[in-house]
Design a protein. Structure first.
Length: 271
């Protein structure tokens, strides 16, 4: 059972979320005095089956996910704008077989909220920023996607996928993780050592720091152009050079791919 919450403040009229899969929804807008900045908040909560995922897809603004001891996923989207009206950016909730996808949909023709790599989300000449806060129960996977914004997943107990273009990525989870950015560093602390498929961490301008349990079994492929590669894990080296490192952790297994252009790479052992 999924629930949508809302209230209306000040002298702002009810705003309809056209095209949303909402059973009921209103908006809450607050005017920040003295700054001419309007703020609108959207809240959603609902139960997602263990093994399914909550996916957040934004464009401008950070995404932060934290662990909750409750059974429901809780999502808050805070929209702020000075020149443009935050209410023009609608929050769409799409339920599907793999879980729930929530998108910030800007007012541009062709934009569509769909799970994963499907759909289209773009923006042009709109200064509205949408920041997401997500509370994730144990066992529910988290996927965070943005363009201009950092992604942070803190102390989760599930698998994590994070992608952005301009922003850093910081992940801490007892599960498996993957991350990709262009302008930003990546830090990930993973608790699982029993991967069942390849995982990758990629950036262009930024460093990569991965922390793993000592009993992990994986084949490592690390590449950088302007930076160093270091590890304090017990790695059996197959090939090493100034800008590359290939080796085996434990008995080997799925590939752990680490790649950057301008930045260093470090593999760290959990304390």
């Amino acid at each position: 059972m999924h629930r949508w919450f809302s209230s209306v403040g000040l002298a702002v009229a009810f705003a309809a979320f056209s095209g949303c899969s909402l059973e009921a929804g209103h908006a809450m807008m607050d005017l920040v005095q003295g700054s001419q900045e309007s703020v609108e908040r959207f809240e959603w909560s609902g139960e997602i089956a263990e093994g399914d995922a909550i996916e957040i897809k934004g464009i401008n603004g950070q995404v932060v996910a934290t662990r909750t001891s409750g059974d429901d996923v809780e999502v808050t989207a805070t929209r702020t704008g000075r020149r443009d009206d935050p209410n023009e950016v609608r929050i769409e909730v799409v339920e599907h077989n793999g879980g729930v996808t929530i998108c910030a949909v800007y007012p541009r023709e062709g934009n569509e909220c769909l799970p994963g790599d499907r759909g289209r989300l773009s923006v042009r000449n709109n200064d509205v920023k949408v920041e997401f806060e997500v509370r994730v129960p144990d066992g529910v996977a988290f996927a965070g996607r943005s363009v201009n914004g950092s992604i942070r997943a803190e102390d989760l107990d599930s698998d994590v996928i994070a992608t952005t273009v301009n922003g850093a990525i910081d992940i801490s989870t007892s599960g498996r993780a993957e991350a990709e950015t262009v302008n930003g560093s990546i830090e990930a602390d993973m608790g699982r050592a029993d991967w069942d498929h390849d995982v990758s961490f990629e950036t262009v301008n930024g460093s990569i720091s991965i922390t793993l349990p000592e009993d992990v079994n994986a084949n490592v492929r690390a590449r950088t152009v302007n930076g160093r590669i270091r590890t304090d894990l017990p790695l059996t080296v197959r090939e090493v050079g100034r800008r590359r490192l290939d080796g085996r952790l434990g008995d080997g297994g799925p590939e752990l791919e680490l790649e950057t252009v301008n930045g260093s790479i470090s593999l760290n052992s959990q304390p």
